[in-house]
Design a protein around this ligand. Structure first.
Ligand code: C2E
Ligand code: CA
Ligand code: CA
Length: 671
C-alpha cells in the first residue's frame, strides 16, 4: 500500500514537475474555459495575447472558441498568434473533466514551408529556364520556362543529361573551363549556345550552381538560363542602324570611313591603289521638291540599288547623306581601271526611272581620288574627291573629274574670296552701277539696269567673278539684299531729283529666285525707301525661269501681285523657247548680246532677231536689245521694231551721280 502510495506520489511529483519544467506552454483547461493549471510559459503566452482573464483563472471567450476542438475532442490544432505558429496537442483527464493542452511552437517550420512555397512558385513562374540535375548530371527537374525556351517537355528532359542541348558552338575547351570553375568556386555563369528541340541553336545566358550536402559533397547542380536571342538580335539591329543609312540600307559615312581606313591599310601591304568615287545627283533637289519626299526617297533607293549592282562584291558603296553617294574601289592598278568603273556606274545610273507616271533620267557628277596619290587618309581623300566632284558639276561636258592639285589651289582661292566677300559686305565695298535703257523711237532713257561692282580700293572686281562664288556659298542672300536696298534707295533719290519716270531692273540669281521670301523682301525694301510702285523690275535669265517652271510661275505670280515686273534676261543663250517664256507673262524680253554682235551683217541672225521681236510683241512682251555698241546696230534694231536699246553705244554702266550729270530734263543722254 505504502509502495503504491509512494508510486503515486512519485508519479504526481513527476507529473507536477514535468509541466512545470516544460519550456513549452502547458495548460489544463475544461470545456467551460476554466484554467486549472498553467505553467509559466503558458501564462506568459496567455497574458501576452490576452487569452485569459487577469488572474489566469479563465480563458477568454475567443480563446476558448479556438481551443475547444482540442479540449473537447482531443484534436491536434494549429494556432497562429500574431507571427508565431503553434500546434496544440491535448490529453483528456477525467477528474476534473478537463484536458491538458500542450503547445508546441512551429514558427520555424511554418516559415520554412512558406519559403518553400515561395521558391516553388518562383521556379514555376519565372521567365528564366531552370533545370536541376543530380551529381551525375541526370536531369531531375525542369520548370515551365525551360520547356518554353527549349521546347523539351519535362517528360522528354527528365532522365537525360544536358548534352541534349549541345550546339557544337562551344569547343571542348569551353566546357573544361566551365566545369573546372564549378568544381572550384561552386558557380559558373556565361553565355553559351543551346540547341532547342527543333534543332535551332539560341544564345543563352546561363548560370550553374553546385549544391553541396552537409558533408560538402556535390549533390545537385542547378542551371538557370535566359534566352538572349531577342536581346542579341536587337543589339545587332542597333549595331546595324548605327552604321547604315536607314533609307537605302547602305553603309553610312562612319562605316564608309572605317572601310576606307581598312582599304588604305591593306593597300599599303599589297601595293595596289584604292579609288574613292564621290557622286552627287544633279537634279535630285528638283525631283524632291516637285514630286515630294516620298518619291524622292524612292528615287534614292533606286539609285542605291543601281550602284550596288554596278560594282563588285568587295567594293563599298555608301550614302554619305542627302543625294551624295561614295564608293571605295579596291585593287586598282591604273587610272584606266577607274574609267571602266565610271562608265559602268554612269551607264547604270542614267537609265530612265519611272515613278508614278513621271519619267526621269538621273544624272550624277562624280569626283575621283586615289590612294596614295591624292591623300593618305580618308578625310583628305574625300575632301579632294569633293573638289573634283564640284569641277565635274560645273563642267557642261564631263560627268566626272579626277582630282588634281590645281583644284586645291582654286578651292583655296574660293575660300579666300568668300571670307573677303563677307568683310566687303560689312564695309560697303559693293557699289551699284546703272546702265541706261533707251527707247528706240524717242531716244529717251526709260529705265536703268542695276549692275553691282566690288570696289576693292582702286581695283574694281567684275560681278562675273564673284556672283558665282556668292551663289555657291549662300552669300548671295545677304549680298542680294544689299543690292536691292542700294538700288531702291538710289533710284528713289533719282526720282526726287526730277526723274520720276525711271524704272530700275535688278538682276536676281537662280538661288535668290527660289527664295520664297523674295517678293516680300522687295516690297518691304522699296516701301521703306519710298520707291514708287511699279518702278522696280527684276531680271532673271531664261534658264532660271525654265529650270523649274512650276515654282517659277508661282513666283512670277507673287511678284506681279506686288507690282514687280519681270524681264527675261540673256534670251537666246539657253532654252530659247518663246512658247515656254510666254507662260510666264514677263513684261520684257532681253535679246542676248551674242545675237546683237552679228548685226546687221549676218542675215540669218537678223532673221532670228526679227522673229523674236515680232513673236514677243504678239504675246505682249516688249524687247530690249543688250550689248548694243554701234550706230548701225541701233538703226537696224529701230527698223525691225525693237523697243529699247541698252549698250555701250549709249552708255556704260555708271554711278548714280555720273548718270545724273549726263541726263537732261527730257531724259535724253548727253556725253
Ligand atoms: P547681264 O545681266 O547680262 O548684264 C549685262 C552685262 O553686259 C553687264 O556686265 C554689262 O556691263 C555688259 N554690257 C552692257 N552693254 C554692253 C556692251 O555694249 N558691250 C559689252 N561688251 N558689254 C556690255 P557686268 O556688269 O559685268 O555683269 C555681268 C553679269 O553679272 C550680268 O550679266 C549679270 O548676270 C551679273 N550681275 C551683274 N550685276 C548683278 C547683280 O547685281 N546681281 C546679280 N545676281 N547678278 C549680277
Ligand atoms: Ca541683266
Ligand atoms: Ca543679259
Amino acid at each position: 500500500m505504502m509502495k503504491h502510495n509512494e508510486q503515486e506520489l512519485i508519479d504526481s511529483a513527476i507529473l507536477a514537475r514535468f509541466p512545470e519544467e516544460n519550456p513549452n506552454p502547458v495548460l489544463l483547461a475544461c470545456q467551460e474555459g476554466r484554467i486549472h493549471y498553467a505553467n509559466a510559459p503558458a501564462k506568459a503566452l496567455l497574458y501576452q495575447h490576452g487569452l485569459c482573464d487577469q488572474d489566469c483563472g479563465k480563458l477568454t471567450k475567443e480563446a476558448l472558441s479556438r481551443l475547444i476542438p482540442s479540449i473537447k475532442k482531443s484534436q491536434v490544432i494549429g494556432l497562429q498568434l500574431k507571427d508565431r505558429h503553434y500546434q496544440v496537442f491535448s490529453s483528456q483527464i477525467d477528474e476534473p473533466a478537463a484536458s491538458f493542452l500542450f503547445f508546441q511552437e512551429i514558427t520555424p517550420q511554418k516559415q520554412y514551408e512558406s519559403l518553400l512555397y515561395l521558391t516553388e512558385s518562383v521556379i514555376e513562374n519565372t521567365i528564366e529556364g531552370i533545370f536541376v540535375t543530380d551529381s551525375e548530371g541526370i536531369i531531375e527537374r525542369v520548370n515551365p520556362a525551360f520547356t518554353r525556351i527549349t521546347g523539351y517537355s519535362p517528360m522528354e528532359a527528365i532522365g537525360k543529361t544536358p548534352r541534349i542541348f549541345k550546339s557544337n558552338r562551344q569547343d571542348d575547351d569551353f566546357y573544361r573551363h566551365m566545369w573546372a570553375e564549378i568544381r572550384e568556386k561552386g558557380y559558373w555563369q556565361g553565355e553559351l549556345w543551346n540547341r532547342k528541340r527543333d534543332g535551332h541553336a539560341i544564345p543563352v545566358w546561363q548560370s550553374i550552381t553546385a549544391i553541396r550536402n552537409s558533408a560538402l559533397h556535390i549533390e545537385k547542380y542547378v542551371a538557370v538560363f535566359h534566352d538572349m536571342s531577342e536581346i542579341k538580335s536587337s543589339q545587332e539591329k542597333l549595331q546595324h542602324q548605327a552604321y547604315h543609312d536607314f533609307l537605302t540600307l547602305l553603309p553610312n559615312r562612319q562605316l564608309f570611313i572605317d572601310r576606307l581606313q581598312q582599304a588604305i591599310a591593306s593597300s599599303k601591304r599589297n601595293g595596289s591603289k584604292v579609288a574613292v568615287l564621290l557622286m552627287d545627283l544633279d537634279n535630285f533637289k528638283k525631283i524632291n521638291d516637285s514630286l515630294g519626299h516620298h518619291l524622292g526617297d524612292k528615287f534614292l533607293q533606286i539609285i542605291a540599288e543601281r550602284l550596288k549592282a554596278s560594282c563588285r562584291e568587295e567594293d563599298t558603296i555608301s550614302r554619305l547623306g542627302g543625294d551624295e553617294f561614295a564608293m571605295i574601289n579596291l585593287y586598282i592598278n591604273s587610272q584606266n581601271d577607274v574609267i571602266d568603273i565610271l562608265e559602268r556606274v554612269e551607264e547604270a545610273i542614267s537609265q530612265p526611272i519611272l515613278l508614278e507616271g513621271h519619267e526621269m533620267i538621273p544624272e550624277a557628277s562624280i569626283g575621283v581620288t586615289f590612294f596614295p596619290d591624292d591623300g593618305d587618309n580618308p578625310h583628305s581623300l574625300l575632301q579632294n574627291a569633293d573638289l573634283a566632284m564640284y569641277k565635274a558639276k560645273r563642267s557642261e561636258r564631263d560627268k566626272y573629274a579626277l582630282f588634281n592639285p590645281s583644284l586645291q589651289e582654286s578651292a583655296y582661292l574660293r575660300v579666300r574670296l568668300e571670307s573677303e566677300m563677307r568683310r566687303a559686305l560689312q564695309t560697303d565695298q559693293f557699289k551699284m552701277y546703272y546702265q541706261p535703257q533707251v527707247d528706240a523711237k524717242t531716244d529717251r532713257v526709260i529705265g536703268v539696269e542695276a549692275l553691282v561692282r566690288w570696289q576693292q580700293g582702286e581695283e574694281v572686281i567684275s560681278p562675273a567673278d564673284f556672283i558665282p562664288v556668292a551663289e555657291e556659298t549662300g552669300l548671295i542672300f545677304p549680298l542680294g539684299r544689299q543690292i536691292i536696298e542700294m538700288s531702291c534707295r538710289e533710284i528713289a533719290e533719282f526720282h526726287q531729283r526730277g526723274y520720276p519716270e525711271l524704272s530700275v531692273a535688278v538682276n536676281i540669281s537662280g538661288k535668290q529666285f527660289q527664295d520664297a521670301t523674295l517678293p516680300g523682301q522687295i516690297l518691304e525694301i522699296s516701301q521703306s525707301s519710298n520707291l514708287s510702285r511699279g518702278k522696280f523690275h527684276i531680271e532673271i535669265t531664261e534658264n532660271v525661269a525654265v529650270s523649274d517652271v512650276n515654282s517659277a510661275l508661282h513666283m512670277m505670280n507673287e511678284l506681279s501681285k506686288q507690282g514687280i515686273g519681270v524681264a527675261i534676261d540673256d534670251f537666246g543663250t539657253g532654252y530659247s523657247s518663246l512658247s515656254y517664256i510666254k507662260r510666264f507673262q514677263a513684261e520684257i524680253l532681253k535679246i542676248d548680246k551674242s545675237f546683237i554682235d552679228d548685226l546687221p551683217a549676218d542675215k540669218a541672225t537678223g532673221a532670228i532677231v526679227q522673229a523674236i521681236i515680232s513673236m514677243s510683241h504678239a504675246v505682249g512682251m516688249r524687247v530690249v536689245a543688250e550689248g548694243v555698241e554701234t550706230k548701225d546696230q541701233v538703226e537696224y534694231l529701230r527698223n525691225v521694231g525693237c523697243d529699247y536699246i541698252q549698250g555701250f553705244y549709249y552708255s556704260k554702266p555708271l554711278l548714280l551721280h555720273e548718270l545724273i550729270s549726263r541726263l537732261d530734263k527730257d531724259y535724253i543722254l548727253h556725253s
